[in-house]
Write a protein that binds this ligand. Structure first.
Ligand code: TYD
Length: 135
């Protein structure tokens, strides 16, 4: 996939004096059937997560709390999505190198995926990623 296929997705916001509510559903706000949810938390200052690509897996990433940057690279172009509100997220299609950085204190990254966990779906070597993209 190219970097242009990654995009911010705005989620519904139900505003209420008692507090706000947002949500997302498969094939509606998120363009895939969700299979797995994981979250990243207690990230020490200055740490980076990721540094890999997925061959098939699609993801949707939200900053449920705090802020961080999702950096994507398609083999040619790079783009950074800064997330800092819980009512939008970034859709990350397969085939993009990604890492997440600049985590604020107590930030919470929620990630939903269209696949069960599969170590075989990861490309963790950057040279292998370049070969995967450019042959
Ligand atoms: P990884 O995806 O490399 O984390 P990040 O991209 O945030 O740096 O996963 C870290 C470890 O956790 C790795 O050993 C695989 C394991 N893991 C699972 O067992 N199940 C999962 O759903 C995920 C996302 C990771």
């Amino acid at each position: 996939m190219k970097i242009d296929n990654a995009k911010i997705i705005d989620l519904p916001k139900v505003l209420d004096d008692r507090g706000n509510l947002s949500f997302f559903q498969s094939m509606d706000h998120v363009p895939f059937e969700m299979k797995r949810v994981y979250w990243i938390y207690d990230v020490p200052g200055g740490e980076k997560r990721g540094g890999h690509a997925f061959k098939e897996q699609h993801e949707f990433i939200i900053a449920l709390s705090g802020s961080f940057d999702v950096v994507l690279f398609d083999g040619t172009d790079e783009k950074t999505f800064s997330l800092n509100r819980s009512y939008y997220g970034v859709y990350v299609p397969n085939g993009l190198w990604r890492h997440i950085q600049n985590f604020s204190t107590n930030s919470l990254a929620l990630i939903v995926s269209d696949m069960a966990y599969s170590a075989d779906d990861y490309i963790r070597d950057f040279d292998e990623f370049k070969k995967f993209k450019h042959g």
